[in-house]
Ligand binder design. Structure first.
Ligand SMILES: Cc1cc2nc3c(=O)[nH]c(=O)nc-3n(C[C@H](O)[C@H](O)[C@H](O)COP(=O)(O)O)c2cc1C
Ligand code: SF4
Ligand code: SF4
Length: 275
């Protein structure tokens, strides 16, 4: 019996939602029960200290991350690089905010291959942009119902492919868009772009949601700019809507994205061989 493991970084949960839909289609196709499915969400920093046992031919692994500046988020790439696998098929997913995914899926494929995974399929899905708000609704509410149906179908088609493939080593290399050398990615550090209003009740939910330990509870839950990765998880998680994006370069970028990337993009999927 095969086991499925989902391994993902997902501050605002769109990547998680897509991976779960892919898993549903895959598990149904391969008749794998829920008890054989494990999700490893390494968004919380403390999870990234975990050293996972090597994966083998009984595993199917889904790797997922959002696109940050056309690349994998640095923390996600660093965690993926620590994985090891022998003869393990990997299903690769990046989720982007309707601008472009540039080199992120290629980077994920390269990282997965260097860990010993055999990339069998890959996809780029669209998720609500981290910078989106009701005022500036970039790719708002993606993935939508149609995206999630495509995610489940992608999982099922990958299942068909795996059923037909006797020897994973003989399948052709997965080809995905992207260039090497990759685009320059982003490190840590953000402008002072979040205001905490008087509605804050000191509940601490934002600090728990932060994947970068970049919120200082001792200073009124202010953002520690040098540690912030701009993910906006804290803004979206605040139950009081007490964290607001200030006027400035990030809000201007959100407005620019909303104007220039308003036409909804379609999901793209790739297979190593015909499913
Ligand atoms: C710092 C940062 C950079 C981003 N760069 C891109 C990008 O290059 N292209 C794009 O289309 N979306 C970009 N996005 C949007 C995210 O990829 C998108 O919102 C994704 O759905 C977030 O995934 P999550 O919900 O799993 O956190 C960026 C978001 C952040 C926070
Ligand atoms: S989640 Fe919102 S209300 Fe809670 S501490 Fe953070 S800013 Fe304050
Ligand atoms: S403080 Fe920065 S890194 Fe932390 S959740 Fe907020 S935007 Fe993301």
């Amino acid at each position: 019996m095969k086991k499925i493991t989902l391994i993902y970084f997902s501050p605002t949960k769109t990547t998680e939602t897509v991976l779960r839909a892919i898993t549903q289609g895959l598990a149904q196709n391969l008749e794998i029960s829920d008890s054989e499915i494990t999700a490893i969400n390494f968004t919380p920093p403390k999870i990234r200290d975990t050293v996972l046992a090597p994966f083998d031919g009984n595993d199917i692994v889904l790797l997922g991350a959002p696109v940050y500046a056309g690349r994998l988020p640095a923390d996600a790439a660093d965690f993926f690089k620590k994985l090891t696998a022998v003869n393990t098929p990997a299903i690769l997913t990046v989720v982007y905010g309707n601008r472009a995914y540039d080199d992120a899926l290629l980077e994920l494929k390269d990282v997965a291959s260097s860990c010993g995974f055999i990339p069998v399929s890959g996809a780029a899905f669209i998720g609500e942009h981290s910078f989106a708000s009701t005022e500036i609704p970039v790719a708002m509410n993606r993935p939508d119902e149609n995206d999630l149906k495509q995610a489940a179908d992608f999982g099922a088609e990958t299942g068909n492919m795996l059923k037909k493939t006797n020897d994973l080593k003989k399948i052709s290399a997965l080809k995905v868009p992207g260039n090497f050398p990759y685009k320059e990615g982003m490190g840590k550090g953000a402008p002072d772009f979040i205001e905490v209003t008087d509605s804050c009740t000191n509940c601490g939910i934002c600090a728990t949601a932060c994947p970068s330990n970049a919120i200082d509870a001792e200073r009124g839950f202010a953002t520690i700019a040098e540690d912030c990765i701009l993910c906006c998880a804290c803004i979206k998680a605040c139950p009081e809507e007490a964290r607001l994006m200030k006027d400035g370069s990030i809000k201007d970028k959100a407005r620019w994205l909303n104007e220039t990337c308003s036409t909804p993009k379609s999901v793209q999927i790739f297979f190593a061989t015909e499913p």
